[in-house]
Design a protein around this ligand. Sequence first.
Ligand SMILES: C[S@@+](CC[C@H](N)C(=O)[O-])C[C@H]1O[C@@H](n2cnc3c(N)ncnc32)[C@H](O)[C@@H]1O
Length: 216
Amino acid sequence: MKGSYLGEALPPYLSAHATQPDQILRDLAIETSALHTKYAGMQISPEQGTFMTMLTQLTGAKLAVEVGTFTGYSSICIARGLAPGGRLIACDVSEEWTAMARKYWERAGLTDRIELRLGNAVETLEAMSGDEEIDFAFIDADKGGYPAYYEALLQRMRPGGLIVCDNTIQGGYITDPDAEGNVPVMRAFNDQVTADPRVDSVLLSVADGLTLVRKR
Ligand SMILES: C[S@@+](CC[C@H](N)C(=O)[O-])C[C@H]1O[C@@H](n2cnc3c(N)ncnc32)[C@H](O)[C@@H]1O
């Protein structure tokens, strides 16, 4: 991971000192980078995947929601951590990218636990009834959409439920006042979460920044 905000030596060391992904996740990472060379970097890192399985397990999640599925890496990590009988609702707009996800859900024996909802995730979330409370959520889609995903999810989370938000450090540029693109958008989102009296939150320097948000 050359050029990481953590320097050059630490990222591979951190990767090496986490439970390693199994053959299915390794094959998915290889197939993603072969087919979608330009976009392969959107996939979460192996140690983040291990961490997310652990977080899902620690939350005892029965109902989880993912915003941004791509080719399926994070969805497999979340689904594997669900409590018995648990479900993951996976939201994405791309039929093409999620076709690979479907193939790997099948291979991982997770088709009964994961339901794909194609379409703009804001609409998908707003269409969810509030009857069933969400225990665990992961936001990893277009950065401009984070405030809307966060709000729609928070209203449907159980007290004590956890929202995990990806890319909140933006490659280390989050503190650079001159950075453009997604950086100011993410900075505004980080400020919004920190000021929200409905939650407790912590921004972790895991991978590209992972904010854990626990509903009070
Ligand atoms: C960074 S990738 C997700 C990576 C994935 N979590 C993984 O581990 O491989 C972002 C995904 O968000 C999806 N996306 C973008 N805008 C969206 C929207 N409005 N609603 C739902 N998904 C969206 C994209 O199609 C893309 O697959």
